[in-house]
Design a protein around this ligand. Structure first.
Ligand code: GDP
Ligand code: MG
Length: 385
């Protein structure tokens, strides 16, 4: 006799629960399943670990205006031009956005000038493809353009041509996080712009939102829209009131390449803004290359018995500038643990601040990363390699 059984799903992520393959989604150990078989609410191991250890870094949540505009764009077949800040975009994806929903898009990787000149365009494009793919968006190299829009004579004609050929008569929406370079892009775009229509270039209320949005006519029926800034709720850019910090972050000088190391039991203090501890592992120490704006201090700290007390002492004394007014004790930081294996160039990026790179030569290591509460971190393949 055949029978129909309903599938059991993880209460948090919705994956179908399975006990066959720990590397596939929805895995739950057979003994856990047996012990809790009568329960209605079951979690897969990945979600259970995240809940128990609060391991998931903060992701960004776009606001109502953005979601409305992006919804319109998708529904009308519009083209999306996504401007990213190459020094920090890993944590700018909203997990609520439908995956691979944008059939027609290009990505502009801006602030090329802040990255090492020796990194090739191919390396950077393949990194952008990798990060977008991790966030469920497939990109092709020909859909990516690299710019330094700070310089007023930047030639964007290649991008203008790509927009004109790819949009196929549809509207175009310019999106990007605060500080990515959207205003600079508009400056460059409007420099050579000739209005082909009867409509004026101007700011108008966008239906269904509270926002006033700039509209640039592209022909008599379609427009280029400037979408309000994407949220930076999980980035250091959110601390607008800390002026000295913002001045240090909004640098026009390339991020200096600083080589240092972290000793087992020791730490890398990024001023008192963040901290990366080498908690445990096979090697006694490992070399690190750090990329932060030059005014952000770095200090490699040898193992001390009371690492937290030392860090808090620096914090209280305001030993390192710039400081952040909302930080006064370790309770103001989120901690994450990274367990690393394999032999690859790895990178830890801290949203809006910078990143470190290191090579893990087949060793086992556990790092702990502390960042101000709510700041996003990303861990993955190193860029420019
Ligand atoms: N170094 C550098 N800074 C840039 C570049 N493009 C923009 N900026 C700076 O980044 C900040 C934000 O740029 P803006 O165009 O206002 O970004 P928006 O918030 O997306 O509109 C400003 O301080 C710009 O001067 C660039 O290519 N290189
Ligand atoms: Mg702007």
């Amino acid at each position: 006799m055949s029978q129909i059984e309903s599938l059991r799903r993880c209460y948090t992520c919705g994956a179908v629960l399975q006990s066959q393959d720990p590397t596939k989604e929805g895995y739950i150990a057979p003994e856990t399943l047996a012990a809790h078989a009568e329960k209605d609410v079951l979690l897969c191991e990945a979600c259970y670990t995240r809940r128990k250890f609060n391991r998931l870094p903060s992701s960004v949540q776009h606001d109502h205006t953005f979601m409305t505009m992006i919804g319109d764009a998708l529904a009308s077949g519009a083209m999306i031009v996504h401007i990213i800040d190459l020094t920090s975009f890993e944590c700018s994806f909203d997990p609520r956005l439908p995956r691979n929903a944008v059939p027609n898009h290009i990505v502009i990787g801006n602030k090329r000038d802040l990255l090492p000149a020796s990194w090739t365009d191919e390396q950077l494009k393949s990194y952008i493809i990798y990060v977008f793919q991790k966030n469920g968006i497939t990109l092709k190299p020909e859909e990516i353009f690299l710019t330094s829009l700070l310089s007023s004579n930047t030639d964007i004609s290649e991008i203008e041509n790509a927009i004109e050929t790819k949009r196929q008569g549809h509207d175009v929406y310019i999106i990007g996080s605060l500080g990515a370079g959207k205003s600079k892009f508009f400056d460059a775009y409007l420099r050579h712009y000739k209005n082909p229509s009867q409509h004026p270039v101007g700011v108008s209320h966008y239906y269904g939102t509270e926002a006033n949005v700039m509209k640039v006519p592209l022909d008599s029926t379609s427009f280029l829209y400037d979408v309000p800034d994407l949220a930076v709720s999980n980035s250091f850019l959110r601390y607008k009131e800390d002026a000295a910090l913002q001045r240090a972050l909004q640098t026009v000088r390339p991020f200096p390449v600083r080589r240092t190391g972290i000793v087992k039991g020791g730490s890398l203090f990024i001023g008192t803004l963040a901290r990366i501890d080498y908690w445990d592992g096979d090697a006694l120490s490992f070399p690190v290359t750090a990329y932060f704006p030059e005014k952000i201090p770095l200090k490699s700290v040898l193992p001390k018995r009371e690492m937290n007390a030392l860090f808090v002492k620096y914090l209280e004394k305001k030993t390192w500038k710039p400081t952040l007014s909302c930080l006064s004790s370790m309770a103001d930081y989120d901690g994450f643990e990274l367990s690393i294996e394999g032999d690859e160039e790895e990178e830890i990026a801290i949203a809006g601040l910078g990143w470190i790179q290191f090579r893990n030569r087949g060793k086992r290591m556990t790092l702990r990363v502390y960042v101000p509460r709510g700041i996003g971190i990303d861990f993955g393949k190193a860029k420019g390699k």
